[in-house]
Design a protein around this ligand. Structure first.
Ligand SMILES: *Cc1c(COP(=O)(O)O)cnc(C)c1O
Length: 460
């Protein structure tokens, strides 16, 4: 499988280069030259396969020139000691993507990427040094994904005082091969410092630098896995494994009534509603659909940063400044993966696969409240945006009725400051309990390249 840049289709590279360089030299994003197809045998058994096996079947065609099947199997086992339960809440399904160590769906991409990097760089004598700026969530997932991964050191820059205490412990509490730097400035300052470091000739000579940001194709492809797995499960009319469908789902009243919902979904392709920011998650869903997984379409749910819903409505793409909302991981005015979407599919094709809707903060709060009152289920603000988008579209377009899953991208306890005033206290995600016990081990630096360089060299 070759990958080419969204800005120049004649320059192709293999998976290894696409993953390790992240961005194409012309500034474009790497996309696969074709979407592979699941074999009929795999499609037959998607609904009964182990999650890790679905991961191998989904990812292998993209990486097979660089990662052998048996290595990929080990990689999937090591990356995914958790999976993505599909449960029912009322007459909808929730695809819970928050059972990984940082309680957000970014674990699926980051953990695979880290292990893929380590394998692709085996035998190199210099460690790879990953430098990443974060406004909060990405840093935690990347730090955790790469923690203790051989041959790789990570430095995360975050704006001092502007991430939550939990996020700071996720970023700066691991130690080992993960270094954290608190910058006396904003997220934009952190990003500018990272950019300056990548351009610095002296650093380039001393360190093997790489980035691990969300546009990396090796983070995107593994996100297709949970779509394929859950579409297969719903199509087969199965539960994930009855009582264990959500093994960690200890909160709330008993709302699980899988039998009814799953019987209804048997033999029918599913629709997913995806709470979206940079649109990596939704793009991965399109890959799973095009690979042949039984998916009938998508809803792109955003907060008031509604660049894509507007585009789907009128065909005009207009990037904007982002506005702050309760679902802050989706505060994106210029979604980076739009470049992938528009290069791979025309506006007409996108319209047949995706419907858009946007949700305000008031609607988000209202939705957390009403879903809690009706079903005893705790939605986080991102999941609530998606849930409410379905409600809105149901009124306008009854054709979306049918098996439908809302993606839960973060555990509600990660956003307790928003959720708890509405629902009352919620139990902390088990992984987050351990995180809270960590000590913050970060260095504080001013917004200054020389200070960053000194830190990087001392971590070498
Ligand atoms: C990153 C994130 C999103 C947005 O995902 P994209 O792939 O950027 O569209 C949604 N919810 C949560 C909780 C996130 O962390």
């Amino acid at each position: 499988m070759k990958f080419f840049s969204t800005r120049n289709s004649s320059n192709t590279v293999g998976f290894r280069q696409a993953a390790l360089t992240g961005l194409a030299p012309d500034g474009g994003l790497f996309i696969p030259e074709e979407i592979p197809q699941f074999s009929p045998a795999v499609l037959q058994s998607l609904g009964t396969m182990d999650f890790r096996d679905v991961a191998v079947e989904t990812i292998h065609p993209y990486v097979k020139d660089d990662i052998p099947h048996s290595v990929l199997e080990d990689l999937a086992v090591s990356a995914y000691p958790f999976f993505a339960p599909l449960i029912s809440v009322g007459d909808r399904m929730m695809l819970e993507l928050f059972h990984g160590p940082t309680a957000a769906f970014k674990d699926f991409g980051a953990r695979f990427m880290a292990r893929a990097f380590s394998y692709l760089r085996r035998g190199e004598d210099k460690p790879l040094h990953i430098l990443v700026a974060t406004s909060g969530d990405t840093g935690g997932a990347v730090a955790d994904g790469f923690f203790n991964v051989e041959g790789i050191n990570v430095t995360v820059l975050y704006p001092k005082g502007r991430v939550t205490p939990l996020q700071e412990k996720q970023i700066a509490g691991l130690g080992g091969n993960i270094s954290a730097i608190a910058v006396e400035g904003s997220f934009d300052d952190c990003q500018a410092l990272v950019k300056a470091a990548f351009a610095d000739e002296e650093l380039k000579k001393m360190l093997e630098l790489s980035s691990a940001n969300s546009i990396n194709i090796s983070r995107l492809i593994p996100q297709a896995v949970y779509y394929a797995a859950s579409a297969g499960i719903a199509f087969a009319g199965r539960t994930n494994s009855d009582g264990e469908a959500s093994p960690r789902n200890e909160f709330g009243k008993r709302y699980i009534s899988q039998d009814r919902t799953f019987a209804v979904s048997a033999g029918k392709p599913i629709m997913f509603c995806v709470p979206s920011g940079n649109f990596g998650n939704l793009t991965a869903g399109l890959y799973a659909m095009k690979m042949g997984a039984p998916i009938r379409g998508f809803i792109a749910a955003t907060n008031i940063n509604k660049t894509i819903p507007d585009y789907l409505e009128n065909g005009i793409y207009e990037a904007r400044q982002s506005k702050a909302t309760l679902s802050n991981a989706m505060d994106v005015g210029a979604p980076s993966n739009f470049e992938r979407m528009k290069t791979q599919w025309s506006y007409e094709e996108l319209k047949t696969m995706i419907q858009g809707a946007f949700v305000t903060d008031d609607e988000t709060r209202f939705c957390i409240d009403s879903v809690y009152k009706q079903y005893g289920y705790y939605l986080d603000p991102h999941g609530a945006v998606a849930w409410n988008a379905v409600d809105q579209l149901m009124v306008k377009d009854p054709s979306i009725a049918g098996p439908l899953a809302v993606l839960g991208t973060a555990h509600p306890s990660k956003f307790s400051e928003t959720v708890e005033p509405i629902t009352g206290e919620i139990p902390l995600h088990p992984a987050l309990k351990d995180v809270m016990k960590r000590t913050v081990l970060s260095k504080l630096i001013p917004v200054n390249l020389e200070s960053l360089k000194a830190e990087l060299v001392s971590n070498k």
